[in-house]
Design a binder for this molecule. Structure first.
Ligand code: 5GP
Ligand code: ZN
Length: 116
């Protein structure tokens, strides 16, 4: 089972409330909060509460992966027109900088090709 809390992990600390964030959704399995450096009019991170490294580890729990995608869709419907880009950077060379899995939800306008 995935550990619940890694004290050295930035997103575990945000989930625990030790570091503030602007939350737009939370439930028993995931939280969603605004990215500190938005790359689109709406840029929200959907983050499973359990510490998993990346989408490959998240996919070991298909139901949680599906829930993460559903929350992303709900956020895009609430904050924009329901259309969105969903990105999981996986590995440093792909741009992952926080190694607690998170889905980037980008929405709210015409998005550049190749963003992120
Ligand atoms: P990655 O590069 O791992 O795919 O995405 C990490 C994201 O987390 C980046 O878009 C970055 O702006 C965001 N980020 C990093 N530190 C913080 C923080 O302390 N608070 C929030 N809200 N976002 C953060
Ligand atoms: Zn973590």
């Amino acid at each position: 089972a995935a550990p619940r809390h890694d004290p050295d992990c930035l997103f575990c600390r945000i989930i625990a409330g030790e570091i503030p964030s602007e939350r737009v959704h939370e439930d028993d399995r995931v939280i969603a909060f605004k990215d500190l450096h938005p790359q689109a009019p709406v840029h929200v991170l959907v983050v499973p509460r359990a510490h998993r490294r990346d989408v490959t580890e998240l996919a070991e729990d298909p139901e949680l992966l599906a829930h993460t995608a559903q929350v992303a869709a709900d956020v895009a419907a609430e904050q924009a027109d329901g259309e969105f880009r969903l990105i999981f950077n996986t590995g440093a060379s792909a741009g992952q900088s926080v190694f607690h899995v998170h889905a980037h939800v980008l929405a709210g306008g015409k998005l550049a090709e190749g963003a992120l």
